[in-house]
Design a binder for this molecule. Sequence first.
Ligand code: FAD
Length: 332
Amino acid sequence: MSSILVVLSVQDGRIKRSSLEGLSRAVFVSKKLQWDVSVAIFHGDAPSFVEEAGQYGAKTAYCVSNPIFNSHLNTPWITGLSKVIELAKPRLVVVASTESTKDILGAVAIRSQAAVLSDVATFDVATFDVAGDIVVCERPIMAAKMMAATQSKEPLVIVSLRSGSYEAVKTTETSAEINIVAVPFDFDSGTLTATLKEIVRSTGETVDLSEAKIVVAAGRGVKDAAGKALIDELASITGAAVGASRAVVESGLFPATAQIGQTGKVVSPELYFAVGISGAIQHVAGMSNSRVIVAINKDADAPIFDVATYGLVGDCFKILPILNAELKKILS
Ligand SMILES: Cc1cc2nc3c(=O)[nH]c(=O)nc-3n(C[C@H](O)[C@H](O)[C@H](O)COP(=O)(O)OP(=O)(O)OC[C@H]3O[C@@H](n4cnc5c(N)ncnc54)[C@H](O)[C@@H]3O)c2cc1C
């Protein structure tokens, strides 16, 4: 039987939401094809994440336990993932599209003789009598203005999936025991030519932007430190991560790590506040997958209102103090 292998990324002791989204989609696709779904977990204590993987519908878990995986290093990941692919022999491998996976997929593809469809927003498997199974994907191009249809009929295909493309849903099926395969993995860290010395978080970063459920993003309309304080207050009341347009990153008001868009981070929160952001395509490319978008802008014709779910036309310096006070009452 063919199968889909989903690689679960673990960060700060949790399976990343983007990986669970890929797993949920894989479960959906595999059901109609009657394929198996397995997961690969790379961590110092990989089995501790198996139960959660089962709740999302995985039937088999390949556990590669080694502390070397607690931080991302390309070489062990390439070796480990290639090894699991060799063991599991999947037809399709799904990984979350992140900076780390962008770094390793080319090497994994060469080792495993796989085709890679990268940074896709959808994936499916179409079955044909003559052509057999074809992996079909859609991929945003030209700053997400257009979608390109891509496909591969290679026997092994790896797709990297943009976060927020699907919902992560727990399976309603009474879960049978999940089959655990312990994959032995010895790695001599002395052979590494590049090592990780330290992970430096940007100051004030309390919530990871790429995984955040709520994002408060500021644009040029936020203007100055007083505006930034209102943004920080809204983020702190709602437990949000703070993002920014390139304009306010370039002005030095926000750090480069906060930039969202074509040349920044891609985010897909449940709620996105765009404050004083015009909605240039390069910005929208990084946030259009957000579930609910609330735009605050004093220009009623700003393009951000074309993608917004709710729009507030007005001066953010007048709106934010009222919004913050009201939200504080509700949420505290
Ligand atoms: C190759 C390339 C890559 C790029 N990559 C990115 C990227 O990754 N991310 C990104 O963001 N941009 C990117 N840009 C830049 C992008 O084109 C825009 O210039 C940028 O997004 C504009 O930022 P902004 O919306 O904050 O500013 P502006 O376009 O200047 O808009 C400011 C908005 O604030 C509103 N406003 C002003 N005062 C107030 C107020 N008091 N209250 C409420 N609203 C107010 C205005 O009406 C206006 O709509 C890129 C550009 C290029 C060429």
